[in-house]
Design a binder for this molecule. Structure first.
Ligand code: DGP
Length: 149
């Protein structure tokens, strides 16, 4: 059983590990040697992207410190792509560590959620799966904006 605290062992069977290995599909936005970014299938708002490092880290606490700068540069690049492609009024960035911190998939990831003025965010842990055609369209538009298609 997955340990959901801050000190558990990395579990190779987590969903994002399977996506990173290509065993499960995703709507890819960007990939390089350090990260894979793809659409969240349970978006808190339309255009919600997850940026997942390829390093096997469970939370922000066990990610290699020397790689944080490069990782954040990717997060920023994707945020700029979201801004250009989707023209939101704002962007919310989240990272949840440990089940008590709100984490449900135990491979480190940052969330980027485009926000419109006065629009409400769906709750974290929303279980309304987005339409694949819509996710594909967002992924293509953001990838194009960051020059990654
Ligand atoms: P967190 O609770 O911070 O660990 O976020 C996990 C996110 O992953 C959550 O927003 C829903 C999303 N998610 C769960 N399963 C899948 C999946 O199979 N594919 C994709 N693309 N996203 C998923």
């Amino acid at each position: 059983m997955t340990d959901t605290g801050l000190d558990g062992e990395y579990d190779d069977q987590n969903i994002f590990a399977k996506i990173l290995r290509g065993e499960l599909p995703c709507h890819k936005v960007f990939e390089d040697d350090l990260v894979l970014a793809f659409m969240d299938v349970f978006p808190q708002a339309p255009g919600h992207v997850l940026i997942v490092p390829k390093v096997k880290a469970r939370t922000i606490l066990d990610f290699p410190t020397e790689k944080l700068g490069e990782y954040m540069a990717r997060v920023q690049r994707i945020a700029l792509g979201i801004k250009e492609a989707l023209k939101p009024d704002g962007i919310s960035m989240f990272q949840f560590s440990g089940a008590a911190g709100g984490q449900s998939v135990f491979h480190l990831h940052f969330h980027l959620v485009p926000r419109l003025e006065n629009s409400l965010l769906k709750g974290h842990g929303n279980i309304e799966r987005a339409d694949d055609a819509e996710l594909r369209s967002f992924a293509g538009a953001i990838a194009k904006a960051i020059g990654a298609e």
